[in-house]
Design a protein around this ligand. Structure first.
Ligand code: ZN
Length: 335
């Protein structure tokens, strides 16, 4: 099908995470016409995962009666460092991928143009165009979850750098003697304040003999923290802190302080108008993000704080897909 016969605006997106894969079909008006998700099962080979994505796209198109030739293109938002020019997932620790030429594989299989972006970058673009950052030309998006990622909107456009591997915010070194990160360095931001970091800190403090108020507490939820360290989740720590557990409060305080240092570095470097924060830990806004923002206010030049807004993301788990759609629209027009 010649490119000019394709249906402008009909786009399929793939949000490729370490845990699950979300496929969306967007109509011409940018609405999700159909979607499907399934588990990534990252232990499979990249070839097998890509094969399952291609099949998933086929199912979505069949269900909605859309011909593959009508699509403008496919946009992938992948968890990992992506070379967006060559369309290669360079390093995706959560996927177990290294140097996977996913756009070539997928465009060979589908006969369509395929573009790739990092999921944090794509979420930034989504929140900028359709979400909390609408109309804001200089913003930084952060996702604080099991890891930390993000994206930068500078002068109204996604900042892509030389290779597309920008805004690896979770790997800014905050504490050079800190915990080892999967990337090989020590004290990366995400080793200090991601959900994974909070849980690791709680387990370590308990193993060193710290006690939690929960041992005196009748509630089973809090008993978990004391008796079954392997079942601790970040949400249990937040719940225990809400109920006054001193150990949980202290772990959250340390985490928020580190997160605040990361935010401070971003503000000093980029002078944004807005920080948009999403991800699983952002739901604990008052307990975690607000104290981090206070640390930022304490540590940054007063001038850079004038008018700076720290706001929650609003697109939830659709942010990366909406950004990936926008990437397809922008890049197919530039071809
Ligand atoms: Zn790292």
């Amino acid at each position: 099908v010649p490119a000019n016969d394709r249906n402008a605006g009909l786009v399929v997106t793939v949000d490729l995470g370490g845990t699950k894969i979300l496929i969306c079909l967007f109509d011409e008006d940018g609405r999700v016409a159909d979607q499907e998700w399934f588990l990534t099962e990252a232990r499979r080979t990249p070839e097998t995962v890509v094969e399952s994505i291609v099949k998933g796209i086929g199912r979505v198109l069949t269900r909605s009666g859309t011909s593959i030739a009508a699509l403008e293109g496919v946009g992938i938002a992948a968890a990992g460092a992506c070379d967006t020019k060559s369309g290669v997932v360079v390093n995706g620790p959560n996927l177990g991928w290294r140097s996977v030429p996913i756009t070539r594989w997928m465009s060979d299989a589908l006969g369509l143009p395929v573009w790739l972006g990092n999921d944090g970058n794509m979420s930034a673009l989504g929140e900028h165009l359709c979400g909390a950052g609408r109309g804001c030309n200089n913003m930084v998006y952060l996702t604080v979850s099991t890891g930390i990622g993000g994206g930068i909107i500078a002068n109204g456009e996604l900042y892509v750098g030389e290779t597309g591997m920008t805004a690896e915010i979770g790997h800014m070194v905050i504490q050079s003697t800190g915990p080892l990160c999967p990337c090989g360095k020590r004290g990366c931001l995400q080793t200090l304040c991601s959900g994974t970091a909070l849980v690791r800190n709680m387990r370590e403090r308990l193993a060193m003999g710290a006690s939690s108020l929960s041992m005196f507490h009748p509630l089973q939820l809090l008993d978990l923290v004391e008796s079954k360290p392997e079942e601790i989740t970040s949400h249990i720590i937040f719940e225990a802190a809400r109920r006054g557990d001193a150990l949980s409060l202290s772990i959250l305080e340390d985490g928020a302080r580190s997160l605040g240092r990361g935010l401070t570095n971003l503000v000093l470097l980029l002078d944004p108008q807005m920080l948009v924060i999403g991800g699983g830990l952002a739901v604990h806004w008052d307990q975690y993000i607000a104290p981090a923002a206070n640390e930022l206010r304490r540590a940054t030049y007063p001038k850079s704080l004038e008018g700076l807004m720290v706001v929650p993301a609003v697109l939830g788990d659709k942010a990366a897909s909406m950004g990936a759609r926008a990437m397809v629209r922008q890049r197919s027009h530039k071809r």
